[in-house]
Design a protein around this ligand. Structure first.
Ligand code: NAD
Ligand code: DAU
Length: 345
């Protein structure tokens, strides 16, 4: 397959591209991949280092909100599919500056799906999130039919994007799919998200700012399990269908459990945990019913959370220069703005 992968210099996109050139090739044959990414604070060419030398791969710097740039890359080769990972992705940032989320996640998605359809690219896959369903109480799981009820500017903008993509199917009969996954973890995740932030803070003996009572629940999905699901939907997804992709029931954990597990793996003391003011509009619990993708394509998560977390922690221990570069740059400004007052209280 020849793929245009937007947002491929970020966490999941770059893991997906590497997965395509290894496991994906074994399953589906050779791939050509072009990554289009504007390299925001979250995009990092180091995540794709060496791929152009070893594989049929090309990187193009460009913004999905820029119609001319998108048209140019789409006209440059014949693609079989577009996979869109490009997005503003951090909930806390969407509380501080929501407009960028509307631009990239809503406008950018519309530009991309429109251009892909007009160029007759056979398939378009939108990478979405379980956050579009809102928050769960102590029981139940999100199904594809669960009403959309987003809480943050991030999840509201992702919901808007999903609806625009699905509208391209209803209006034009275009072959689109939407995948909605739960919290991913693994290597190359930007250290603003819970697991890499807490691992890297602990390695530096800095406080771990745990929101509220620490009992919010997330369903953890290893990024390689997610990549496998994306491969299946790309190959077999039925037109206009949404597929949920989630962690196994045993991977549904309270944040405090994840925090304790990280500290234990690193041999660091619990005194590093610093309870701070809660995130505004903090969704209490996510859990995903993935029976549709299991029934249709036989997918289910394979990486057990304890093993996946250990491998992930080891990766951050062994790749200090990757995250130290990031944490000493632009990210410091956001960290001070968002956590500065919280950590003083
Ligand atoms: P990330 O923040 O690590 O990477 C996002 C990438 O998109 C970066 O490389 C960035 O440079 C690029 N980008 C941002 N704006 C762009 C624009 N206007 N034009 C071109 N490129 C742009 O994100 P991630 O965690 O890898 O998430 C990828 C996708 O998966 C997102 O759509 C996100 O909503 C979704 N998702 C993520 C998770 C998770 O746990 N990380 C879970 C569910 C869904
Ligand atoms: O569920 C899928 C979503 O998962 C994706 O769509 C988002 O792009 C991704 O960022 C993630 O959203 P969350 O808000 O769940 O992830 P985050 O890592 O920011 O937070 C995970 C949990 O940890 C959440 O309950 C908030 C809490 N947390 C997070 C941070 C950054 C803390 O307690 N302290 C922190 O400093």
């Amino acid at each position: 397959m020849k793929l245009l992968v937007t947002g491929g210099a970020g966490f999941i996109g770059s893991n997906f591209v590497r997965w395509l050139f290894s496991e994906g090739t074994k399953l589906y044959g050779a791939h050509r991949v072009v990554v289009l990414d504007s390299l925001t604070y979250a995009g990092n060419l180091a995540n794709l280092a060496g791929l152009d030398k070893e594989y049929d791969f090309r990187f193009v710097k460009g913004d999905i909100t820029d119609e001319a740039a998108v048209a140019e890359v789409i006209a440059s080769e014949t693609f079989d599919a577009v996979v869109n990972f490009a997005a503003e992705t951090h909930v806390d940032r969407s509380i501080v500056s929501p407009l960028e989320f509307v631009r990239t996640n809503v406008e950018g998605t519309q530009v991309l799906v429109n251009a892909a359809r007009k160029a007759n690219i056979k398939r378009y896959l939108q990478i979405s999130t379980d956050e579009v369903y809102g928050s769960l109480g102590p029981t139940g799981r999100f199904m594809e039919t669960t009403p959309l009820d987003p809480s943050s500017a991030y999840s509201a903008s992702k919901t808007g994007a999903d609806l625009l993509v699905l509208a391209a199917h209803r209006t034009h009969g275009y072959h689109v799919n939407v995948t909605r996954c739960s919290n991913n973890y693994g290597p190359y995740q930007f250290p603003e998200k819970l697991i890499p932030l807490f691992v890297t803070n602990a390695l530096e003996d800095k406080p771990l700012p745990l929101y509220g009572d620490g009992k919010n629940i997330r369903s953890w999905l290893h990024v390689d399990d997610h990549s496998r699901a994306i491969g299946l939907v790309l190959e077999q997804g039925r037109p206009g269908e949404v597929y949920n992709v989630g962690g196994a029931p045993e991977s549904e954990k309270e944040n405090i459990e994840v925090t304790m597990a990280v500290l234990k793996l690193l041999g660091k003391p619990e005194t590093l945990i610093k309870p701070v003011e809660d995130r505004h509009g903090h969704d209490r619990r996510y859990a995903v019913d993935y029976s549709k993708i299991e029934r249709e394509f036989g997918w289910k998560p394979q990486v057990c959370f304890e093993e996946g977390l250990k491998q992930t922690v080891d990766w951050y221990v062994n790749n200090k220069s990757w995250w130290q570069n990031i944490k000493s740059g632009e990210y410091l400004k956001f960290y001070d703005l968002y956590y500065g007052e919280r950590l003083k209280k």
